[in-house]
Ligand binder design. Sequence first.
Ligand code: ZN
Length: 382
Amino acid sequence: MIDENFITQTLTGLVRINSVNPDLDNEGAGEEEIGLYIDRLLKSLQIESDITVLSPKRVNVVGTLKGSGRGKTLMLNAHMDTVGVANMVEPFSARIEDGKLYGRGAYDMKGSIAAMIGAAKAIKDNDIDVKGDVIFSFVADEEYESIGAQELIKHYKTDAAIVAEPTDLDICIGHRGFGIFEITTQGRIAHGGRHQEGIDANMKMGLLLAELDELSKKLPDEKTHLLCGQASLHVPIIHGGQSLFIYSGKCSIMVERRTLPGETEHGVLDELRELIDKLSKQDKDFKGSIQPFIWRDPYEISKDAPIVRSLTNAAADVLGSKPSYIGHSWWEDSAILGKAGIDTVIIGPKGGGIHQEVEWVEIKSVVELSKILLDTVRDYCR
Ligand SMILES: [Zn+2]
């Protein structure tokens, strides 16, 4: 029922198009060309398709298969953008060797796009009766700010969704979130030779960094999740001071906190604020403040949710054994769909080299994914 050649050809076409996220890399082409390619493919399969322009070079593409009756509605979702291609030898070759197709995005997540379109083609080719609407959404910018998913949920609401991020055909039912916070310490600017007048903001930040270091050692033990692993914290950026011979008036850091399902922005903010308050009490010259910068929710869905059950049964049928339930340590668009009230689960193909210099996807697993998606649609949207 699934057209394997069509899927391989589609995947080849997708990988040959540069869709590097322009917010990650100035040379990035964005999603316009790949979006037009997908739109043309959907229309050639007689599937209604709409392009939404988000900003120059940035688009979403949404294909709709109208259901025949009152079945449950399902969205299949993939992002079209990729990370950059620095140091890659063959980013857009789509070379096939030993059943693997190579190139940027092959695994994350053009294999999934090909599998989704393959499932749509099977429904059309075989006149499969599906009662609920099936939405095929291809979004921009997952690798940066998720402007695509945020726009998508304003216009499309389904009972459930499958985000086809790579899982090696396991079923991902949760992932970590993250928060970025800017913390600033305030000093007092003075001539380097006048120590009675100066307060060194960099030294004050040092006190806070020591506290953060303690917290970063405790977190992974204190906060754990069966599937998603441990909470964690690090400080990717630090800026302080203006010149030699001047007491630093200001030092700021970015704190990156990886969160587990159940954690809230409020809770994490309080945890960090406590450290600042503690130092302020110990040292009258310590002045610190914190600002939330980015927040992305963690996500979790029950194994008993109808969409997870349908997907599990379909995967077990296609693969010959029940897949494992896993959690991802990184954030995905599933959190945005989940927060919009859409029951969302994650499954994608087998491969390797995600965000690395040699990326590939196993073609057989892309075909299997396509069959799993098709069977899930048939079962869930009855
Ligand atoms: Zn991805």
